[in-house]
Design a protein around this ligand. Structure first.
Ligand code: C2E
Ligand code: MG
Ligand code: MG
Length: 596
């Protein structure tokens, strides 16, 4: 029932008097309408579909169904509701007219019909109808367009544009469905703690994160990074088992939705194939890229209601895997989430500890092995926890390193150590040095030199008696930048020790490149040292090399006389360890008598 601009409007005239139709026909004859006649209400109702009127002129007073009722019935039909009805009536009372309106009529023409009035009202009603129809058509088109756009938007939300893989939201939807299906089939079985990860493993998520992907973007640009991600996505798709899903969660993160893993062995075999698929390099823009991934897997149990919870668990496991090192894999278990919670508590506790000045410094003597004379001390941080025993740094330094708090705490230690050094020097131990550990984060800190200058100025110690201990990893991240910082430190006469030597990159070849004053051999070599064994050979090589470079060597962790003798025989000059003294509070260290 559309009215095109060229089609002639169809007018249906309903009147029990054929003469009246003739009058109307005569009046509208030259208006370009097609007129149809219905002799009563019922005929009018019956002919609507065949006539397809654009306007109805409806007599009110008719035998049988009167005009009011016909009008009411037409307006009740959805497909004809929009067709305007002009009531043709001899009734002029306001009451009658308002009844017509109540019945749904759009306009009136009074009887006897006046030519001008009829032509004018018919024309204006048809025009309104035409506009109404155009609006309806426009609305339909608009609706179609909106639906189309919504579908496009949904596709965008559901699909990752770069790899065409399902997105996070679609993964979550699919996981939700999988969880519901598994619940309804009772696939999870018992819910007790012991069997919470029970077979069959109906639903699981395997969260993958590429190792060091930022380096690719940084070194080769985003275009290459994107191509590499596409190549990774393609290779991962080959690992899809029937019915499973692979989604891209963002950046370099992907996630598999796994169904029906028969047992843990099946899972592990699959994980193995995923890792194997990364052995071959990815060829992008004529370069071979070796990529490794870390993976965290979470398996749903009967208590897993939300897909987000499962994804969070997989993420936690993946984070754990990352901490183990590149190419690692972890399955989530409840202990992991406890560990995550503990970790968050630790972060806030450490912040509070800094504010409450709970970090204090202990000092472990460094001795000349031949004479056992103290030549200096290593400053080692301790956390004086209000409720627990003294907390050793191994329990909190890694966390502080990640949050960056180590920069502030390191400064506290540096300040305490320098103040203590000044006291010792004032007391007469003028040749003692103090060694302060610098973590990677501190070493990279842009404020390092300014912080050190401030402490030196405030404590007025001679910088030549301050040593900073740096590990190999701090140097290797950016060797040129490290050398620049070390030269800055040296220009202040501060000495530099290379700490834990042998545990990091252990390349003796690079040693000469760095301005180092002392080498500290890691405890792990000292503790297992026996004449002729591998550690013995390693320590021998390190000492021989440092002799060539004229670098004094300090052996860490000497606990026994045998170890001491071994090291002395190899020509090691200095050492520290429980054999001489454990790290002590400053109050336990006496300057006199000077030699014991
Ligand atoms: P490190 O710098 O290698 O310090 C030597 C560690 O070996 C100290 O552990 C010391 O107590 C321990 N040690 C010394 N002699 C022996 C021994 O004979 N046997 C055994 N078993 N251990 C011995 P501590 O104090 O627990 O510190 C551990 C690590 O924490 C340090 O290793 C250092 O890397 C870090 N650290 C300590 N204090 C600070 C600090 O103020 N700042 C930073 N950034 N790191 C610190
Ligand atoms: Mg150290
Ligand atoms: Mg060390």
């Amino acid at each position: 029932m559309t009215l095109s601009a060229t089609a002639m409007p169809v007018v249906l005239v309903v009147d029990d008097e054929p003469d009246n139709f003739d009058v109307v026909e005569a009046m509208l004859s030259n208006q370009g309408y097609i007129l149809h006649y219905a002799a009563n209400g019922q005929i009018a109702l019956d002919c609507l579909s065949s006539v397809q009127p654009d306007l109805i002129l409806l007599d009110v007073m008719m035998p049988g169904i009167d005009g009011m009722e016909v009008c009411r019935q037409i307006k009740a039909l959805p497909q004809w509701r929009g067709v305007p009805i002009i009531m043709v009536t001899a009734l002029n009372a306001k009451q009658d007219l308002s009844r017509c309106l109540a019945a749904g009529a759009d306009d009136f023409v009074s009887k006897p019909v006046n030519l001008l009035e009829l032509v004018a009202r018919t024309r204006s009603m048809l025009r309104i109808h035409q506009q109404y129809q155009q609006l309806a058509t426009f609305n339909t088109q608009l609706e179609g367009l909106v639906q189309q756009r919504t579908a496009q938007l949904q596709a965008l939300i559901d699909e990752d544009a770069l790899t065409q893989l399902p997105s996070r939201s679609r993964l979550l939807q699919a996981t939700s469905v999988a969880l519901q299906t598994a619940q309804s089939k009772g696939s999870f079985g018992e819910t007790s703690q012991a069997s919470s990860r029970c077979t069959p493993y109906s639903v699981g998520l395997a969260y993958l994160d590429c190792d060091q992907f930022k380096l690719v973007n940084g070194a080769f640009g985003y275009a290459v990074g994107n191509e590499l991600l596409q190549a990774i996505a393609q290779r991962l798709q080959l690992q899809l088992r029937p019915g499973d899903m692979l989604a891209r969660l963002g950046e370099d993160e992907f996630c598999f939705l796994l169904h029906h893993l028969a047992d843990l062995e099946t899972l592990e075999a699959w994980v193995e194939t995923v890792f194997e698929s990364f052995v071959r390099p990815f060829r992008v823009v004529n370069c071979d890229f070796f990529v490794s991934v870390c993976m965290g897997v979470a398996l749903a149990d009967a208590t897993t209601a939300q897909p987000e919870t499962l994804l969070q668990a997989a993420d936690t496991a993946m984070y754990r895997a990352k901490r183990q090192g590149q190419g690692s894999y972890q399955v989530f278990d409840a202990l992991l989430s406890t560990a995550t919670r503990d970790r968050l508590t630790l972060e806030t506790d450490l912040q509070r500890a800094l504010e409450h000045r709970e970090f204090i410094t202990y000092y472990q003597p460094i001795v000349q092995l031949a004479t056992r004379q103290v030549v200096g001390f290593e400053a080692l941080v301790r956390w004086q926890h209000p409720e627990r025993q003294m907390v050793p740094p191994g329990n909190f330094i890694p966390c502080m390193e990640e949050t960056g708090l180590v920069v502030k705490v390191g400064l506290v230690v540096l300040r305490q150590a320098c103040e203590q050094l000044r006291v010792w020097h004032q007391q007469g131990a003028t040749d003692w040095t103090v060694s302060v550990n610098l973590s990677v984060r501190q070493f990279d800190s842009p404020t390092l030199l300014a912080d050190i200058d401030r402490v030196l100025a405030a404590t007025e110690v001679n910088p030549a008696y301050l040593k900073l201990e740096i590990t190999e990893s701090a140097l290797m991240q950016d060797a040129e930048a490290a050398i620049a910082v070390m030269n800055q430190l040296r220009s202040r006469q501060i000495q530099i020790s290379l700490d834990d030597f042998g545990t990091g990159y252990s390349s003796l070849g690079y040693l000469h490149r760095f301005p180092i004053d002392t080498l500290k051999i890691d405890r792990s070599f000292v503790q297992q040292i026996h004449p002729g064994n591998r550690n013995h050979q390693v320590v021998n090589t390190i000492i021989a090399l440092s002799n060539q470079l004229a670098l004094p060597v300090v052996a860490e962790g000497i606990e026994t006389v045998e170890q001491l003798q071994c090291l002395q025989a190899l020509g090691c000059e200095f050492g520290q360890g429980y054999l001489f003294a454990k790290p002590l509070p400053a109050s336990d260290i006496q300057v006199y008598p000077k030699s014991e």
